[in-house]
Design a binder for this molecule. Structure first.
Ligand code: HEM
Length: 210
């Protein structure tokens, strides 16, 4: 794709395809999982020819896709998200300026402390959901233990679901201009200055050195 004028590339094609495979598989897991979990949502099975049985297979196979996609996500974003620096600690003190008026939001690099937290939570729950899911699918443990895996799996849905709702809000209407990072992949300089000033300085320094 030709570079749009005056815009800066914020994500590669690989990152975008990966994001939508990860997000799509995750949302499909939620949709099918909730269809099993709540009787009032059992109508979801009607979207699948074959009803419950096919929905169950879709859930299990999709779990494998999500599990593998997150391994790629670790490679793509792990190095930029799985640590906190001094600016991130300051970010937490003012919670990124989201909840009350602050004089200044500490500078972020490619991802701010909130996005890094989201990734760490996703990492933890990827492990929990895939781990519990495998042994629910192949119940090799005694039934008493397997029942606890169901409880853990359901708790994971609640926590991860909450974080994903916040993630979607903050990357769409909560911060206009951010969606395009995972849309066409380019952002304006003004957006980068506001959301990723440290990353922008790195990009500009790299450009000067070429
Ligand atoms: C469908 C609604 C979604 C939208 C609109 C959306 C939007 C975005 C955007 C715009 C970014 C780039 C942020 C930036 O670089 O500043 C992003 C990053 C990311 N998204 Fe999503 N996303 C969605 C769903 C999901 C879901 C369901 C997952 C979980 C599996 C997910 C996982 C991630 C990850 C891991 C990143 C990169 C690192 C991070 O922000 O922690 N996204 N998303």
């Amino acid at each position: 794709m030709a570079k749009p004028k005056n815009l800066i590339q914020a994500s590669t094609v690989f990152e975008r395809v990966l994001h939508w495979v990860l997000a799509g598989s995750c949302l499909l897991l939620f949709m099918t999982g909730l269809g099993f979990m709540f009787h009032s949502l059992s109508f979801i099975s009607r979207f699948f020819p074959g009803g419950y049985l096919i929905m169950k297979w879709v859930h299990n196979i999709d779990g494998i896709i999500f599990g593998i996609a997150f391994l790629f996500a670790l490679v793509a974003w792990g190095k930029d998200t799985l640590f906190f620096d001094e600016d991130d600690k300051k970010w937490f003190r003012v919670l990124g300026g989201y909840l009350w008026e602050v004089e200044e939001v500490p500078e972020a690099g490619k991802f701010d402390a909130g996005q890094k937290t989201f990734f760490m939570v996703l990492f933890l729950f990827w492990f929990t959901m895939v781990g519990t899911g495998i042994f629910m699918w192949f119940p090799i443990f005694p039934p008493a233990l397997t029942r606890w895996l169901y409880v853990l799996h359901a708790l994971g849905v609640l926590v991860l679901g909450g974080f994903i709702v916040i993630h979607i809000y903050l990357h769409t209407c909560g911060n206009p201009g951010t969606f395009q990072v995972m849309g066409h992949g380019y952002v304006s300089k003004a957006w980068a200055k506001l959301h990723r000033p440290k990353w922008l300085r790195d990009v500009e320094a790299r450009r000067r050195s070429i």
